[in-house]
Design a protein around this ligand. Structure first.
Ligand SMILES: NC(=O)c1ccc[n+]([C@@H]2O[C@H](COP(=O)([O-])OP(=O)(O)OC[C@H]3O[C@@H](n4cnc5c(N)ncnc54)[C@H](OP(=O)(O)O)[C@@H]3O)[C@@H](O)[C@H]2O)c1
Length: 317
């Protein structure tokens, strides 16, 4: 646990060892005031399957803001573990919301593009009908609904395709496979926005500072799309990873990849069956975030280059 006194409001952060939790903690620790304002808990310090623990921790800390990036994120495994997925993604946010309401705190929560069916031909806006195709998507939507039902001041950020230098994600998997194999086959008919954990953290910090500076909560409470700008397919993302890594590698003495761009083959979703069905269109329109908070996230490809540069500070792929 990381904690001390502060000049900012007191923030309780869950899931600090996850991609978004880690990025938030890393960013907060660089900002004077925030590093002291945050109480960041991992799963051993706050297990979200333990309702009593949630109530006890929130009552003891009395936060002004709760940020909850912790989640059950194993999309395919959720198909055969619905009870656990719902416990963490639906029941826990409900209890967090109830306890936040008692403490007079604002709840900042994260959700997903997988709440949509993906049949729309243009980017989704927040008012579009939800129709999750997977247990994971349904459990995340149930969490959103539970927070809305409690009726406290809240922000729910629906994000997509999260990756970064820290954690297990598509970027890491592609770099590993590209260094082991001559050829890759990647799905090209699912569209969305790869979103770096650092971009999410930067955007959340920008929003948070506006809340702290008195932005009226009743005017901004609700659900927001929060993804890097632009769109691509998983195949486009994989190609960009290999391309940008190869470009950066020349000057940095990084190990070369085995795969060449010509050998990253586009395949269809039907050629790569998974237990959970994914939406074909995961593109999210972020105009509401820009309108209400003047926050826009960088283009996904620029964010990728930034994350690649961070990656090598940890280990080469
Ligand atoms: N990853 C994506 O592509 C993606 C896409 C769209 C939306 N989102 C949403 O964005 C948010 C952040 O995702 P992420 O990528 O940062 O997820 P992540 O890297 O999988 O991290 C999830 C965190 O939740 C923690 N956690 C799991 N079960 C827990 C429990 N019972 N009690 C307490 N903590 C628990 C995990 O703890 P351990 O470290 O101990 O395992 C982990 O630190 C989530 O709401 C997710 O649904 C993610």
């Amino acid at each position: 646990m990381v904690t001390s006194s502060n000049s900012h409001q007191k923030i309780l952060l869950t899931g600090v060892n996850g991609q978004v939790g880690h990025a938030l903690q890393a960013l907060f620790s660089k900002h004077a005031g925030y590093s002291d304002a945050i109480i960041a808990l991992d799963r051993t310090e706050l297990d979200l399957t333990d309702a009593d623990a949630i109530r006890r921790v929130v009552a003891a800390i009395k936060p002004d803001i709760i940020i909850n990036p912790a989640a059950y994120t194993a999309v395919d495994k959720a198909e055969t573990a619905p009870e656990l997925a719902y416990a963490i993604n639906a029941t826990a946010p409900k209890i967090l919301a109830e306890e936040a309401a008692k403490a007079g705190a604002t709840l900042i929560h994260f959700s997903t593009d997988y709440v949509y069916a993906g049949a729309k031909s243009s980017p989704y806006v927040e008012d579009d009908a939800t129709q999750p195709l997977s247990v994971y998507g349904k459990s995340k939507l149930a969490g959103e609904d539970a927070i809305r039902a409690v009726g406290l001041p809240h922000l729910i950020f629906r994000t997509s395709w999260v990756y970064g230098a820290y954690g297990n994600n598509f970027l890491k998997t592609i770099l590993r496979l590209a260094s082991e194999r001559d050829a890759l086959r990647i799905v090209a008919d699912q569209l969305g926005a790869p979103t770096s954990s650092h971009s999410i953290a930067e955007a959340v910090l920008a929003v948070l500072s506006q809340l702290e500076n008195g932005k009226p909560q009743n005017e901004v409470t609700g659900v927001y799309h929060l993804v890097n700008a632009g769109q691509t397919s998983w195949h486009g993302f994989a190609t960009a990873i290999v391309e940008e890594y190869t470009r950066l590698q020349v000057d940095r003495n990084w190990p070369p990849l085995k795969v060449t761009l010509a050998n990253i083959h586009a395949i269809g979703t039907r050629d790569f069956p998974t237990p959970a069905v994914r939406p074909a269109n995961s593109c999210l329109d972020c105009s509401k975030l820009a309108r209400n908070f003047s926050v826009t996230l960088p283009n996904w490809r620029d964010a990728l280059v930034a994350e690649l540069q961070n990656l090598t500070q940890f280990r080469s792929p």
